[in-house]
Design a protein around this ligand. Structure first.
Ligand code: MRU
Length: 364
């Protein structure tokens, strides 16, 4: 997607063909900063501190982390160390494990002298594949969206967190159908949940929609249910960090509440997802998905631009009040209208997913 007229992806290889470059998402929306990742440890830190975030981008960054590790030392010991260090960087998005499993399986079969090049090649393929997958999610999502009858003059979508191009390599998952609808001339407007505590909606989704010229309005996380009751939301669409083989959807904390409100108000609730976000090894999202607990400081401190343009950080809690910060929740499959993948849309159920991915059927 373009930033001020210049095309960008969220991650790319630098001119020296070794350094990896990323957009620092902790600095948005106030500053557009590009960071260099020169070692596997840089990639790990970038994922852990959310310089890069969003399930598909976390997978791509981990793949490049493996490549950086192989550039430093292509030994079996480093392969094992890079795998475990990168895997521990964030627990919930399954794309991380998917990318690391993929790289490890390929690299472990190769002589050490071939690993560096193979790792960079595969990381680049994963990035290209992610961009193409997201483009296709956009096409299939557009077909769904075209079936909806807007209640007003334009179609009103509601999204939570950031599942746009910043969360992927390009296009996004939930936002890809919105970009495609906008690009094809469908009048569309997006209600953007601010997404406390890290405000990925207010800081990232609003920024990228604005850069692309998509009409949008940021709302407090608590406003969505009210807007749905008033008929101001035609559909909800979100991404996912991990979806089980039965169609339970783990996504940014607060998604479940939006799905409940959508269900109560007869508003379709869609999930855009690429195949690496499906965890075929588990069925029950509540039981089996590790939910990341993040620092209470994310809740107690707010950061934003001050009157003179400087970025400030302020405390909002009374001294001594404890805070808890679970970062994800699980929306049960029964509340999801459809899953939209690169292969098409399906019911949120094992049968629905297997109709698109028959190769994942268990042997009888
Ligand atoms: O904690 P984050 O920002 O990495 O959260 C991930 C997300 O952006 C969302 O949960 C998103 O909807 C899924 S990733 C496309």
């Amino acid at each position: 997607m373009k930033v001020d007229g210049k095309p960008y992806r969220t991650i790319w290889l630098g001119a020296d063909s070794t350094t990896v470059q990323v957009i620092d998402q902790t600095m948005l929306p106030h500053r557009f900063v590009i960071r260099d990742l020169r070692a596997m440890e840089d990639a790990e830190r970038a994922i852990r501190t959310m310089i890069v975030r969003g399930a598909p981008l976390i997978g791509a960054a981990a793949a490049y982390g493996m490549a950086l590790a192989m550039a430093a030392d292509p030994s079996d010991a480093m392969l094992a160390r890079a795998y475990s260090v990168l895997l521990a960087s964030r627990p919930t998005a399954v794309n991380l494990r998917w990318a690391l499993d993929d790289l490890r399986a390929r690299l472990s079969l190769l002589p050490q002298g071939d690993r560096r090049e193979a790792a960079y090649r595969r990381a680049a393929e994963i990035c290209d594949e992610d961009a193409e997958i997201c483009r296709r999610i956009g096409e299939h999502g557009l077909a769904e969206v075209k079936r909806l009858k807007p209640r007003g003059e334009r179609l009103n979508a509601l999204t939570h967190c950031n599942a746009g191009w910043l969360a992927t390599v390009d296009w996004g998952t939930a936002l890809a159908p919105i970009y495609q609808a906008h690009n094809s001339g469908i009048p569309i407007h997006v209600w953007v949940d601010e997404t406390r505590p890290r405000n990925q909606g207010a800081s990232l989704t609003a920024w990228e929609l604005g850069k692309h010229g998509v009409p949008h309005t940021v709302i407090a996380d608590n406003a969505g249910g009210h807007l749905m009751q008033r008929g101001k939301v035609d559909f909800c669409i979100v991404g996912t960090d991990r979806t089980t083989r039965r169609g339970d959807v783990c996504n940014k904390i607060g998604t479940y509440l939006k799905a409940l409100a959508a269900h109560d108000n007869g508003v379709p609730f869609y999930v855009g997802l690429p195949y690496p976000s499906i965890d075929w090894t588990i069925e029950d999202g509540h039981r089996d998905i590790p939910i990341e607990e993040r620092s209470a400081a994310e809740l107690s401190r707010l950061s934003g631009r001050g009157e003179n343009g400087e970025v400030l950080s302020i405390d909002i809690l009374p001294e001594g009040s404890p805070a808890a910060n679970p970062a994800f929740d699980v929306t049960p499959a029964r509340l999801v209208t459809a899953l939209i993948t690169e292969r098409g849309a399906c019911a949120a159920s094992e049968a629905g997913l297997l109709s698109l991915y028959p190769e994942q059927a268990r042997a009888a």
